[in-house]
Design a protein around this ligand. Sequence first.
Ligand SMILES: [Zn+2]
Length: 79
Amino acid sequence: MPVPAFRNSRTRVRKRRSHHALKKTDVSVCPNCQAVVLPHITCAKCGQYKGRQVLGGIKEVEKTIEKKVVKKKKETTKE
Ligand SMILES: [Zn+2]
């Protein structure tokens, strides 16, 4: 197994590690519900992006409700 030829000085180690600090992530506020969101990412709370409903819109909600109702009906008819 190869072994380093020379020991790294304290200065050299510290210079290398000067780049290891984590940077703060930029966050923005959702204009619709004022939740903290990551930039360029759809709001997880209300599902809006740039003023448009992208996730969990009214149609999607209605669809899921319909599906649940159909499932329940099927279950009740089986019994
Ligand atoms: Zn939102």
